[in-house]
Unconditional design. Structure first.
Length: 237
C-alpha cells in the first residue's frame, strides 16, 4: 500500500515539477524490495508512469529529439546486455552528477536545439547507465533542458524519452532472465495509481507560470545531482 501511494505521489511530483519522482520512488522501493529486483521492477513501474505522461502530453513532444534519442538508446541497450564488468558505482555517481550540473548550468549553444549526434549520444549514454544506476531521469532531463523548450515541451519530450528507455530496460532484463511475473500485481497497481497522480499533476502544471516552472525544474535537477555527489562522497569515505 505504501508503494502504491508513493507511486501516485511521485508521478504527481514529476508531472508538476518535471522531474524528481523517479529518484524518490527508487529510494522508497529500496527499503522494501530485494536488491536483485529493485532496478527492473522500478524500471517497469516508471515505464507505465512515463508512458501515461507521454500520452497525456503527446501534442507537445519533440519527435525529432525522441527519434535520435531512441536511436542512441537502442545501441546503448544492445551494448548494456553484453556488459559483464560494471564500473564502480561511486565513479558513475561522480561522473553523472558532474555532467548534470554542467548540462543544466553550463553555457547553452547558440542553436535552439541539440544536434542529432548529441541527441543520439544522450540516448546511448543514459540507457547504458540506467541498467546500473536505476534512476537516470535527472541526466535525461538535463539533456532535454539543453533544447530550450517551454514547460509543456519539457514535460512531454522528457516523458517520451524515458518511456522508450524504460521499455528497453524491461526488454533487456527479460532477455537476461529476470522474471517480472511475481511482481505483476504490484506493478499494475502502482502504474494505475501513478496515472491518477500524473493526471492531477498535469492539471497543476498548467497553472504554474512558465518562468517559475523552469526555475524550479533547474533547482530540482541540481538538488538531485548534489544528492548523487553526496552519496558518492559517503561511499568513498
Amino acid at each position: 500500500m505504501l508503494l502504491i501511494a508513493t507511486s501516485m505521489f511521485t508521478s504527481l511530483m514529476t508531472a508538476t515539477l518535471g522531474i524528481g519522482g523517479g529518484v524518490l520512488l527508487l529510494a522508497v522501493m529500496a527499503g522494501s524490495i530485494p536488491v536483485g529486483a529493485l532496478i527492473p521492477v522500478h524500471g517497469l513501474v516508471q515505464l507505465g508512469s512515463n508512458g501515461n505522461r507521454a500520452l497525456m502530453t503527446f501534442k507537445y513532444v519533440d519527435f525529432a529529439m525522441l527519434k535520435y534519442f531512441s536511436m542512441g538508446a537502442l545501441i546503448g541497450a544492445v551494448a548494456a546486455s553484453f556488459i559483464v564488468i560494471q564500473l564502480p558505482l561511486v565513479l558513475i555517481q561522480f561522473a553523472v552528477a558532474g555532467f548534470i550540473l554542467f548540462l543544466v548550468w553550463g553555457s547553452k549553444p547558440q542553436a535552439q536545439e541539440m544536434q542529432p549526434v548529441g541527441r543520439a549520444l544522450a540516448g546511448f549514454i543514459t540507457t547504458i547507465l540506467s541498467m546500473f544506476e536505476g534512476a537516470t531521469g535527472p541526466l535525461v532531463a538535463a539533456f532535454v533542458h539543453r533544447n530550450n523548450y517551454n514547460k509543456m515541451q519539457i514535460t512531454g519530450t522528457f516523458a517520451s524519452c524515458m518511456t522508450f528507455q524504460h521499455g528497453l530496460k524491461a526488454f533487456v532484463f527479460t532477455f537476461v532472465g529476470f522474471s517480472f511475473t511475481q511482481w505483476a500485481g504490484l506493478v499494475v497497481a502502482m502504474i494505475a495509481s501513478g496515472a491518477l497522480g500524473t493526471f492531477i499533476g498535469l492539471k497543476v502544471l498548467k497553472r504554474i507560470p512558465a518562468e517559475k516552472f523552469l526555475l524550479v525544474f533547474k533547482v530540482v535537477v541540481t538538488l538531485l545531482a548534489l544528492r548523487l555527489l553526496w552519496q558518492a562522497l559517503a561511499s568513498a569515505w
